[in-house]
Write a protein that binds this ligand. Structure first.
Ligand code: AMP
Ligand code: ZN
Length: 481
């Protein structure tokens, strides 16, 4: 098998990846907390996991990829309290609703649905969590205080190996119930949190309570993949404390190595700040679709950047990605339709092999997807026969996941405007674009051709489309190379 390199956060180095039990690869990704819509920042991390799976599979590995669903945590409970009604029923309603929305969202960007057993939910693992916490207490790694159970970080000498907090002062003897805290606050953390009699909770040897956040991922990943598995994926914000604590819990319990490769994806930013619910600077796929943008253009945009580089999100960049996708699909369709079958000369066969190798070395080199996309464009511009161009790009799409084998010539949609004028378009148009076309048509129908031409150029520029005036109405064409 070809060499694969991944940057491992455990060593902070790019390392050759060899799975524990080839050809099998076991992989776990921290999943969504289902109390609200996923934003497109979250989707970047889920996409990283998807592209990694696709790359490994194209290399011949049999990958089991598990991703949990957090359907019980402080944020969900807070939201249920705000909504009111019987707490447990409200929680169920909220988590059901947002699990569905999450599954719809990921499908829109071509992340395939997982099998039920590869998508564990916290509420199905409460008994196993209690047992796991019990074992940590028995081993002397955790202790009970006021009905809550804490992990004693001083009892786990390797604490800090992942995040480097070891070099800082570990605050022994202090503890936190909070699931999220920063590196300035390295303390004993809660495995089990005491809850009041009338609050959401479960009976346990330590009284009524519910799991802390970190324990769920140790329990669910090891229950599905075993004590040691190959790859753990998440956004960089999870490195500390979440993944540091997962290692402490898991290695503390089993005495074995927990994860061989930690792969962390950098964030989507807005104006230089992390896109997040708490900053209220986030967009969802609905916001894209309202603007006439295709969710797959988002996938294309994310492929243009390396997963270890933060990516500043702008609508301009997404618009450019959508236009690139349109050019790509139209060139691919022409290659598919080209019936002129020239046979593959040895020299062109060499070129095909060279392009395939270039693509594979790019994706195998720590998922260099922007380099891989450049190879796609190289293929389309090359002089190899059309049929081979098509086959090669479709093969690459096993990793890119842009759905290129399913593209069909675009159907023309007719959009009637308020004035009765018609717009014929093969691409979705935003309401802003439609208004600009209408405004131009109003000027043109009055005979002000000079102004109409100015507005045409403005639309070319702003909307990335060409407009042609015909007797039937305005015909739209996406701008080509
Ligand atoms: P959450 O539902 O907040 O636990 O987040 C789910 C996943 O999305 C985690 O792996 C986070 O690291 C990741 N994530 C959150 N915000 C961003 C962002 N702005 N860019 C990329 N990934 C993110
Ligand atoms: Zn997790």
């Amino acid at each position: 098998m070809a060499d694969i390199f991944l940057t491992n956060s455990l060593t902070r180095k790019k390392e050759k990846f060899v799975p524990l039990n080839p050809p099998k690869v076991s992989m776990y990704t921290c999943g969504p907390t289902v109390y609200g819509r996923m934003h497109i920042g979250n989707l970047r991390t889920f996409l990283l996991s998807d592209i990694l799976v696709r790359m490994l599979r194209l290399n011949g590995y049999e990958v089991r990829s598990v991703q949990n669903i957090t359907d019980l945590d402080d944020k969900i409970i807070k939201k249920a309290k705000e909504r009111g009604g019987p707490a447990e029923k409200t929680i169920e309603k909220i988590t059901h609703e947002f699990t569905e929305r999450f599954l719809q969202d990921v499908q829109k960007i071509n992340i395939p649905l997982r099998r039920e057993e590869d998508q564990p939910k916290v509420t199905d693992f409460i008994d196993q969590i209690k047992k796991y916490v019990g074992e940590l207490v028995q081993k002397g790694l955790a202790y009970e205080k006021d009905g809550s159970v804490y992990f004693n970080i001083l009892k786990f000498p390797k604490y800090g190996r992942l995040s480097g907090v070891k070099e800082r002062e570990l605050k022994s003897g202090t503890r936190t119930l909070s699931d999220e805290y920063t590196k300035n606050n390295v303390q004993d953390f809660a495995l089990w949190k005491a809850t009041a009699e009338d609050d959401i909770g479960f009976d346990s040897p330590w009284g009524r309570g519910r799991p802390g956040w970190h324990i769920e991922c140790s329990v669910m990943s090891q229950a599905t993949l075993g004590d040691t598995f190959d790859i753990h994926v998440g956004g960089v914000d999870l490195l500390f404390p979440h993944h540091e604590n997962e290692i402490a819990q898991s290695e503390g319990k089993t005495g074995k190595e927990f994860v061989r490769f930690f792969v962390h994806g950098e964030h989507i930013l807005v104006d230089g700040k992390k896109m997040s619910k708490s900053l209220n600077n986030f967009y969802t796929l609905d916001n894209l679709e309202e603007k006439g943008l295709d969710p797959l253009a988002l996938r294309y945009l994310y492929l243009t950047a390396h997963y270890r580089d933060p990516l500043n999100f702008t609508w301009e960049a997404l618009g450019a990605a959508q236009r690139a996708m349109e050019r790509l699909t139209s060139q691919l369709l022409s290659a598919k339709d080209d019936k002129s079958r020239s046979s593959l000369s040895p020299e062109k066969q060499k070129k095909v092999d060279e392009l395939r190798n270039k693509f594979m070395s790019a994706v195998n080199d720590d998922l260099n997807t922007s380099k891989a996309l450049a190879v796609v464009w190289k293929v389309l511009k090359s002089n190899i026969p059309s049929r081979d161009k098509y086959d090669l790009v479709i093969y690459f799409d096993e990793v890119l996941g842009l759905g290129l084998s399913e593209i069909r010539p675009k159907k023309i949609k007719v959009i009637p405007t308020k004035s009765g004028h018609k717009i014929f378009t093969p691409v979705p148009l935003s309401t802003a674009t439609i208004s600009r076309i209408e405004a131009r048509e109003a000027v043109r129908s009055k005979g002000d051709f000079e102004q109409a031409d100015k507005l045409r150029l403005e639309i070319n520029d702003k909307d990335g489309i060409q407009i042609k005036d015909t007797v039937g109405g305005t015909v739209i064409e996406p701008i080509k190379d």
